[in-house]
Design a protein around this ligand. Sequence first.
Ligand SMILES: [Zn+2]
Length: 300
Amino acid sequence: MSFAHNSMADDLSYDLKAQKVGDGVYVFIGSTDHFNRENGGNIVNTGFLIGETGVVVIDTGPSLKYGNEMRAAIGAITPKPVRHVIITHHHPDHFLGNLAFDDAQIWAMDETIQAIDREGEGLLENMYRMVGDWMIDTTLVKPGHSINQSHMDLSGRKIQFMPLQGHTKGDLAVFDEKSGVLFSGDLAFHNRTPTTPHADIVQWMHALEQLEKHPYNVVVPGHGPVERDGRSFKQTLDYLIWLRKTLYQAAENGLEMTEVMRLDIPQRFQSLSVARAEFVRSVAYLWPAIVEETLPRLYD
Ligand SMILES: [Zn+2]
Protein backbone atom coordinates (compact mmCIF):
# COMPACT_ATOMS: atom_id res chain seq x y z
CA MET A 1 0.00 0.00 0.00
CA SER A 2 1.72 3.17 -1.08
CA PHE A 3 0.30 6.61 -1.60
CA ALA A 4 2.56 9.24 -3.02
CA HIS A 5 3.15 12.21 -0.77
CA ASN A 6 1.87 15.26 -2.57
CA SER A 7 1.03 18.89 -1.91
CA MET A 8 -2.69 18.11 -1.62
CA ALA A 9 -1.99 16.10 1.51
CA ASP A 10 -0.08 18.98 3.07
CA ASP A 11 -3.18 21.19 2.74
CA LEU A 12 -5.45 18.78 4.53
CA SER A 13 -6.35 19.62 8.12
CA TYR A 14 -8.81 18.18 10.61
CA ASP A 15 -9.05 21.59 12.27
CA LEU A 16 -9.43 19.99 15.70
CA LYS A 17 -10.94 22.18 18.41
CA ALA A 18 -10.63 21.03 22.02
CA GLN A 19 -13.86 21.39 24.00
CA LYS A 20 -13.57 21.50 27.80
CA VAL A 21 -16.04 19.16 29.47
CA GLY A 22 -14.69 19.00 33.04
CA ASP A 23 -11.80 20.05 35.27
CA GLY A 24 -8.75 19.27 33.13
CA VAL A 25 -10.81 17.19 30.69
CA TYR A 26 -11.15 18.02 27.00
CA VAL A 27 -12.72 16.34 23.99
CA PHE A 28 -12.53 16.62 20.22
CA ILE A 29 -15.95 16.03 18.71
CA GLY A 30 -15.99 14.57 15.20
CA SER A 31 -18.54 14.54 12.39
CA THR A 32 -21.50 12.13 12.63
CA ASP A 33 -21.21 11.21 8.94
CA HIS A 34 -19.63 8.14 7.34
CA PHE A 35 -15.91 8.05 6.55
CA ASN A 36 -15.32 10.19 3.46
CA ARG A 37 -12.66 12.27 1.72
CA GLU A 38 -14.02 15.51 3.16
CA ASN A 39 -13.86 14.51 6.84
CA GLY A 40 -10.73 12.38 6.40
CA GLY A 41 -12.09 9.81 8.84
CA ASN A 42 -12.76 12.30 11.62
CA ILE A 43 -16.15 10.90 12.57
CA VAL A 44 -15.08 10.07 16.10
CA ASN A 45 -14.84 11.60 19.56
CA THR A 46 -11.48 11.53 21.33
CA GLY A 47 -10.32 13.24 24.48
CA PHE A 48 -7.60 13.89 27.02
CA LEU A 49 -7.16 14.37 30.77
CA ILE A 50 -4.52 16.63 32.26
CA GLY A 51 -2.97 15.06 35.35
CA GLU A 52 -0.35 16.39 37.79
CA THR A 53 2.60 15.00 35.88
CA GLY A 54 1.29 14.32 32.42
CA VAL A 55 -1.57 13.89 30.00
CA VAL A 56 -3.78 10.84 29.44
CA VAL A 57 -5.20 10.53 25.91
CA ILE A 58 -8.38 8.57 25.24
CA ASP A 59 -8.49 7.21 21.67
CA THR A 60 -6.22 8.58 18.96
CA GLY A 61 -8.46 9.04 15.92
CA PRO A 62 -8.34 7.58 12.40
CA SER A 63 -4.85 8.48 11.15
CA LEU A 64 -1.32 9.62 11.97
CA LYS A 65 -2.31 13.09 10.78
CA TYR A 66 -5.21 13.16 13.25
CA GLY A 67 -2.93 11.98 16.07
CA ASN A 68 -0.36 14.63 15.22
CA GLU A 69 -2.98 17.37 15.11
CA MET A 70 -4.43 16.12 18.37
CA ARG A 71 -1.01 16.25 19.96
CA ALA A 72 -0.49 19.80 18.75
CA ALA A 73 -3.91 20.85 20.08
CA ILE A 74 -3.06 19.30 23.46
CA GLY A 75 0.28 21.12 23.44
CA ALA A 76 -1.55 24.42 22.94
CA ILE A 77 -3.43 23.81 26.21
CA THR A 78 -0.77 22.23 28.45
CA PRO A 79 3.02 21.84 28.32
CA LYS A 80 2.77 18.50 30.18
CA PRO A 81 3.87 15.43 28.24
CA VAL A 82 1.45 12.78 26.98
CA ARG A 83 2.40 9.77 29.13
CA HIS A 84 -0.55 7.42 28.65
CA VAL A 85 -2.99 6.54 25.90
CA ILE A 86 -6.12 4.46 26.46
CA ILE A 87 -7.82 2.80 23.49
CA THR A 88 -11.53 2.05 23.94
CA HIS A 89 -11.86 -0.58 21.16
CA HIS A 90 -10.32 -1.79 17.92
CA HIS A 91 -12.31 0.18 15.35
CA PRO A 92 -10.05 2.14 12.97
CA ASP A 93 -11.37 5.63 13.79
CA HIS A 94 -10.39 5.07 17.44
CA PHE A 95 -6.78 3.88 17.30
CA LEU A 96 -5.06 4.51 13.95
CA GLY A 97 -3.57 7.74 15.33
CA ASN A 98 -1.45 5.67 17.76
CA LEU A 99 1.77 6.28 15.83
CA ALA A 100 1.63 9.95 16.91
CA PHE A 101 1.85 8.74 20.53
CA ASP A 102 4.30 5.86 20.24
CA ASP A 103 6.58 7.41 22.89
CA ALA A 104 3.75 7.05 25.45
CA GLN A 105 2.34 3.90 27.07
CA ILE A 106 -0.61 2.71 25.00
CA TRP A 107 -3.16 0.71 26.99
CA ALA A 108 -6.13 -1.41 25.91
CA MET A 109 -8.10 -4.49 26.92
CA ASP A 110 -6.67 -7.87 25.81
CA GLU A 111 -9.69 -8.39 23.56
CA THR A 112 -8.88 -5.13 21.78
CA ILE A 113 -5.21 -6.00 21.33
CA GLN A 114 -6.16 -9.41 19.92
CA ALA A 115 -8.69 -7.87 17.54
CA ILE A 116 -6.04 -5.44 16.29
CA ASP A 117 -3.76 -8.46 15.72
CA ARG A 118 -6.46 -10.20 13.70
CA GLU A 119 -8.01 -7.31 11.79
CA GLY A 120 -5.72 -4.32 12.10
CA GLU A 121 -3.99 -4.55 8.71
CA GLY A 122 -7.30 -5.01 6.91
CA LEU A 123 -8.88 -2.08 8.75
CA LEU A 124 -5.90 0.11 7.92
CA GLU A 125 -6.00 -0.79 4.23
CA ASN A 126 -9.70 -0.10 4.13
CA MET A 127 -9.16 3.36 5.60
CA TYR A 128 -6.56 4.15 2.92
CA ARG A 129 -9.19 3.19 0.34
CA MET A 130 -11.92 5.31 1.93
CA VAL A 131 -10.11 8.52 2.84
CA GLY A 132 -6.91 8.37 0.77
CA ASP A 133 -4.35 11.11 1.36
CA TRP A 134 -5.46 11.77 4.93
CA MET A 135 -3.90 8.43 5.86
CA ILE A 136 -0.39 9.24 4.63
CA ASP A 137 2.36 7.53 6.68
CA THR A 138 -0.19 5.93 9.01
CA THR A 139 0.97 2.52 10.20
CA LEU A 140 -0.38 0.06 12.71
CA VAL A 141 0.81 0.62 16.29
CA LYS A 142 -0.53 -1.99 18.66
CA PRO A 143 -1.23 -1.10 22.30
CA GLY A 144 1.69 -2.51 24.30
CA HIS A 145 0.00 -2.53 27.70
CA SER A 146 -2.98 -4.61 28.67
CA ILE A 147 -5.65 -3.38 31.09
CA ASN A 148 -6.51 -6.00 33.70
CA GLN A 149 -7.33 -3.73 36.61
CA SER A 150 -10.47 -1.79 37.45
CA HIS A 151 -8.63 1.30 38.68
CA MET A 152 -5.40 3.04 37.78
CA ASP A 153 -3.70 6.21 38.82
CA LEU A 154 -2.30 7.74 35.63
CA SER A 155 -0.21 10.88 36.00
CA GLY A 156 -2.14 11.63 39.19
CA ARG A 157 -5.60 11.10 37.67
CA LYS A 158 -7.68 8.35 39.20
CA ILE A 159 -9.24 6.40 36.36
CA GLN A 160 -11.87 3.68 36.61
CA PHE A 161 -12.07 1.09 33.84
CA MET A 162 -15.27 -0.72 32.91
CA PRO A 163 -14.41 -3.69 30.67
CA LEU A 164 -17.58 -4.34 28.67
CA GLN A 165 -18.57 -5.77 25.30
CA GLY A 166 -21.35 -5.76 22.76
CA HIS A 167 -20.35 -3.13 20.21
CA THR A 168 -17.23 -5.29 19.79
CA LYS A 169 -15.75 -8.13 21.84
CA GLY A 170 -13.86 -5.61 23.93
CA ASP A 171 -15.38 -2.23 24.75
CA LEU A 172 -13.72 -0.20 27.46
CA ALA A 173 -15.62 2.57 29.21
CA VAL A 174 -13.34 5.01 31.03
CA PHE A 175 -14.40 7.08 34.03
CA ASP A 176 -12.40 9.98 35.43
CA GLU A 177 -13.16 10.17 39.16
CA LYS A 178 -12.22 13.81 39.70
CA SER A 179 -14.42 15.30 36.98
CA GLY A 180 -17.08 12.61 36.74
CA VAL A 181 -16.58 12.45 32.98
CA LEU A 182 -17.52 9.05 31.55
CA PHE A 183 -16.08 8.09 28.16
CA SER A 184 -18.37 5.36 26.84
CA GLY A 185 -16.47 4.50 23.66
CA ASP A 186 -18.86 3.23 21.00
CA LEU A 187 -21.21 1.63 23.51
CA ALA A 188 -23.07 4.94 23.22
CA PHE A 189 -23.91 6.83 20.04
CA HIS A 190 -25.68 10.18 20.30
CA ASN A 191 -27.87 11.54 17.48
CA ARG A 192 -25.96 9.18 15.20
CA THR A 193 -27.11 5.72 14.16
CA PRO A 194 -25.12 2.95 15.90
CA THR A 195 -22.84 0.74 13.79
CA THR A 196 -22.87 -3.03 14.20
CA PRO A 197 -20.10 -4.75 12.18
CA HIS A 198 -18.84 -6.60 15.28
CA ALA A 199 -21.90 -6.29 17.46
CA ASP A 200 -23.53 -8.72 19.85
CA ILE A 201 -26.78 -6.85 20.40
CA VAL A 202 -27.83 -8.58 23.62
CA GLN A 203 -24.43 -8.07 25.26
CA TRP A 204 -24.48 -4.48 24.10
CA MET A 205 -27.85 -3.95 25.77
CA HIS A 206 -26.45 -5.35 29.04
CA ALA A 207 -23.44 -3.05 28.77
CA LEU A 208 -25.71 -0.03 28.37
CA GLU A 209 -27.63 -1.03 31.48
CA GLN A 210 -24.33 -1.09 33.39
CA LEU A 211 -23.37 2.33 32.07
CA GLU A 212 -26.74 3.82 32.92
CA LYS A 213 -26.30 2.70 36.53
CA HIS A 214 -22.85 4.24 36.85
CA PRO A 215 -22.71 7.76 38.30
CA TYR A 216 -21.39 10.51 36.01
CA ASN A 217 -21.53 14.25 35.41
CA VAL A 218 -20.84 14.15 31.69
CA VAL A 219 -21.04 11.38 29.11
CA VAL A 220 -18.69 11.48 26.14
CA PRO A 221 -20.24 9.07 23.62
CA GLY A 222 -18.11 7.48 20.90
CA HIS A 223 -19.93 9.51 18.28
CA GLY A 224 -22.09 12.62 18.59
CA PRO A 225 -22.32 15.47 21.10
CA VAL A 226 -21.50 15.12 24.82
CA GLU A 227 -24.48 15.01 27.16
CA ARG A 228 -25.26 15.09 30.89
CA ASP A 229 -28.43 13.08 31.43
CA GLY A 230 -27.71 9.67 29.90
CA ARG A 231 -29.72 10.32 26.75
CA SER A 232 -27.05 8.70 24.55
CA PHE A 233 -27.45 5.48 26.56
CA LYS A 234 -31.24 5.57 26.25
CA GLN A 235 -31.12 6.42 22.55
CA THR A 236 -28.64 3.64 21.75
CA LEU A 237 -30.58 1.10 23.81
CA ASP A 238 -33.87 2.14 22.21
CA TYR A 239 -32.35 1.69 18.74
CA LEU A 240 -30.82 -1.71 19.53
CA ILE A 241 -34.08 -3.03 20.96
CA TRP A 242 -35.95 -1.86 17.85
CA LEU A 243 -33.29 -3.23 15.49
CA ARG A 244 -33.29 -6.66 17.10
CA LYS A 245 -37.06 -6.90 17.26
CA THR A 246 -37.42 -5.76 13.66
CA LEU A 247 -34.96 -8.33 12.35
CA TYR A 248 -36.49 -11.26 14.27
CA GLN A 249 -39.97 -10.20 13.23
CA ALA A 250 -38.85 -9.99 9.60
CA ALA A 251 -37.29 -13.45 9.80
CA GLU A 252 -40.49 -14.89 11.21
CA ASN A 253 -42.45 -13.22 8.44
CA GLY A 254 -40.16 -14.85 5.88
CA LEU A 255 -38.86 -11.62 4.36
CA GLU A 256 -35.91 -11.52 1.96
CA MET A 257 -32.85 -9.52 2.98
CA THR A 258 -33.50 -6.81 0.37
CA GLU A 259 -37.05 -6.41 1.70
CA VAL A 260 -35.76 -6.05 5.24
CA MET A 261 -33.39 -3.29 4.11
CA ARG A 262 -36.39 -1.32 2.81
CA LEU A 263 -38.50 -1.59 5.98
CA ASP A 264 -39.78 1.62 7.56
CA ILE A 265 -37.52 3.28 10.12
CA PRO A 266 -39.53 4.85 13.00
CA GLN A 267 -39.72 8.62 13.09
CA ARG A 268 -37.61 8.87 16.26
CA PHE A 269 -34.64 7.22 14.52
CA GLN A 270 -35.00 9.01 11.18
CA SER A 271 -33.48 12.12 12.72
CA LEU A 272 -30.29 10.22 13.63
CA SER A 273 -27.38 10.77 11.22
CA VAL A 274 -27.05 8.22 8.39
CA ALA A 275 -30.17 6.35 9.57
CA ARG A 276 -31.05 4.48 6.36
CA ALA A 277 -27.49 3.71 5.29
CA GLU A 278 -26.53 2.38 8.71
CA PHE A 279 -29.72 0.32 9.02
CA VAL A 280 -28.99 -1.28 5.64
CA ARG A 281 -25.48 -2.12 6.83
CA SER A 282 -26.80 -3.58 10.07
CA VAL A 283 -29.16 -5.81 8.12
CA ALA A 284 -26.24 -7.01 5.99
CA TYR A 285 -24.16 -7.77 9.12
CA LEU A 286 -26.82 -9.29 11.37
CA TRP A 287 -29.36 -10.91 9.04
CA PRO A 288 -27.52 -14.13 8.10
CA ALA A 289 -27.12 -15.23 11.74
CA ILE A 290 -30.72 -14.38 12.57
CA VAL A 291 -32.01 -16.37 9.61
CA GLU A 292 -29.87 -19.31 10.64
CA GLU A 293 -31.11 -19.06 14.18
CA THR A 294 -34.81 -18.83 13.29
CA LEU A 295 -34.91 -21.36 10.41
CA PRO A 296 -34.75 -24.55 12.51
CA ARG A 297 -37.68 -23.28 14.55
CA LEU A 298 -39.77 -23.00 11.40
CA TYR A 299 -39.18 -26.65 10.53
CA ASP A 300 -39.30 -28.18 14.01
ZN1 LIG B 1 -16.68 1.42 16.94
